[in-house]
Ligand binder design. Structure first.
Ligand SMILES: NC(=O)c1ccc[n+]([C@@H]2O[C@H](COP(=O)([O-])OP(=O)(O)OC[C@H]3O[C@@H](n4cnc5c(N)ncnc54)[C@H](OP(=O)(O)O)[C@@H]3O)[C@@H](O)[C@H]2O)c1
Length: 338
């Protein structure tokens, strides 16, 4: 068995990781850590009562390195890179769920903070499974993509070659409240979000440069990404709508056929002929995609579970590949609700 640990186990994505790892056939959960530590995991997450009983420690790189071959870092950005640097130095493979290793140095320092691990950053592989499978399989440091970039890129990348590169792209995204993590705030307070929907950080959100950078990396096209995220009164789930202008020579394309062809060997991408919804992917690793054209207008709709395909199950899929296992081992496929 491969020994794995979760740092940030008391958080939302940490819980999802633990839920999948307890029944994973090849990974053995040997370490759980947070800042506050010294608790029982089932005490932090009552949903795990009777499923697992395990002590949660105050997370240290030493502690992880002694107990693990691979570690998942479900930590806020900045907190992750300190750990990753130490763990990589001790030969532990790392899958990071934060933004610390997703971007080029310049982009990261412009939109986040000073990078504290410039040595390992260039070696990090972007964990968008359907685009970097081979590189992930050879890597010891994977940066799991952000939830909004995951849904946007999986829907948009196959159709980028057909758009007018000089025209701006608009991305309208809607996420359940768990996308913000467990820390309390007025914005995520029940009274604020219930029966409500509103944009936040319009055209200024940090996932826009991530989307732009990855489109440039995959297609060499530098698109202006106008990204507007919204909060919706749901616990989990993410719906992304992309609006773009087709180039004149591509007015007659069949986007569904293009998407089906691109993802014909990707079992966790479902191309729909009707607009997608968040309920059908809640609790699963699936990404559901729909697209349509009208004149020179292109519309793409992509739905995922922000905590799974947008975070923890994508991280597990990457870890499976890093350890030479079947990519789908331990990934959830049954949606929670009818
Ligand atoms: N939520 C999503 O949908 C989503 C999607 C994609 C990516 N992500 C990324 O995944 C990461 C985790 O997100 P989350 O939603 O799970 O956050 P969260 O619910 O706020 O949990 C954060 C966890 O990190 C721990 N922590 C914080 N600072 C720490 C430190 N310095 N050392 C050790 N542990 C520390 C916390 O432990 P304590 O309880 O002890 O404070 C907690 O367990 C973030 O970088 C986030 O951007 C989240």
């Amino acid at each position: 068995m491969i020994r794995v640990g979760v740092v940030g186990a008391s958080g939302y994505t940490g819980l999802e990781l633990v839920k999948m790892l307890v029944s994973h056939k090849e990974f053995e959960l040997t370490y759980l850590g947070t800042t506050s530590g010294d608790a029982m995991i089932e005490g932090l997450h009552p949903s795990l009562s009777g499923v697992i009983t395990m002590n949660v420690k105050v997370a240290t790189a030493d502690g992880v390195a002694q107990m693990c071959d691979l570690a998942f870092l479900a930590l806020p950005h900045k907190a992750s890179m300190g750990f990753a640097k130490e763990l990589i130095a001790r030969g532990v493979k790392v899958v990071d769920l934060s933004a610390d290793y997703r971007l080029e140095l310049e982009t990261y320092e412009k939109f986040y903070c000073e990078h504290e691990d410039r040595e390992n950053l260039p070696q990090a592989v972007y964990g968008l499974i359907e685009y970097y499978r081979e590189e992930i399989g050879k890597s010891s440091l994977v940066a799991s993509p952000g939830c909004y970039p995951t849904a946007t890129l999986l829907g948009f990348l196959p159709l980028v070659p057909y758009i007018d590169p000089a025209s701006p792209v608009f991305v309208d995204a809607k996420s359940g409240v768990s996308g913000a993590g467990k820390k309390l705030s007025e914005t995520t307070h029940f009274v604020t979000i219930n029966d409500n929907i509103f944009a936040y950080n319009p055209l200024k959100h940090r996932h826009a440069p991530e989307i732009r950078e990855k489109i440039l990396k995959v297609h060499g096209v530098d698109t202006q990404v106008n990204f507007v995220p919204h909060l919706i009164p749901a616990t989990r789930g993410e719906l992304v709508s992309v609006y773009a202008k087709l180039s004149d020579e591509h007015l007659g394309i069949d986007p569904i056929a293009i998407l089906k062809e691109r993802y014909k060997n990707d079992p966790f991408i479902r191309i729909r002929t009707e607009p997608v919804d968040i309920k059908s992917t809640a609790g699963t690793h699936f990404c559901d995609i729909f697209a349509a054209v009208h004149g020179n207008g292109l519309f793409i709709s992509s739905a995922i579970d922000n905590l799974l395909r947008g975070a923890s199950s994508q991280a597990i899929a990457a870890a499976n590949l890093m350890c030479g296992l079947d990519e789908s081992e331990g990934l959830p496929v049954i949606a929670y609700v009818p």
